[in-house]
Design a binder for this molecule. Sequence first.
Ligand code: CA
Length: 234
Amino acid sequence: MQKERILIIEDEPNILELVAYNLEKEGWIVSKAMTGEEGWRKVQEEHPDLVLLDLMLPGVDGMEICRNIRQNPVTRDIPIIILTAKAEEADRVLGLESGADDYVTKPFSPRELIARIRAILRRVDKNFSKAEERETLVLGPIKMDLRRHKVFVKEEEISLTPKEFDLLHLLLSHPGRAFSREYLLENLWGYEFFGDTRTVDVHVRRLRQKIEEDPAEPYWLETVRGVGYRMREA
Ligand code: CA
């Protein structure tokens, strides 16, 4: 399993070393910064899995780093835990829309801090796999990567026209559901083609040639007699 990387931005050397020691003991890879400038630079360079951020820092303070992280599209999703001596201060930061995920008030026990970190990393992990799922449709040997707009059959990339892509997308999003030719025509082509359902048949035939092992005996993209088409349920 890959080890998560945690960046600690904290100007008090004792706290910095204590926290670093405890996190390394848990198996995380720790990176350290003692000023706001150094911290922000390391956030961008290292893209850590989580940032522990002291609010009161010389120069660029924690609030500003928080905002920077949230405003930059590359670093926006990095979870932040605030370390602070003042709970009211942390409340204020968390209350901001561009703020942190959680906070720990000083003095804190390493065990408490570790529990907070674990909770956040678990949550991020779950969100990430859910997002991945939504971006990929898989049925048998067919795989649609919606984010990259690519389609694979048995791991081989195939090339589809935009209409073929939309047709496959609709059918794959509802395996087992039968769509009438009229419905497909209306929803994928718009009303101007209404009535000419052969357009759908032509596209289905072309799509079958690309996704079926034997297009003459289609297995995945089924014809529903008297209705239209449906994708087989795996
Ligand atoms: Ca400080």
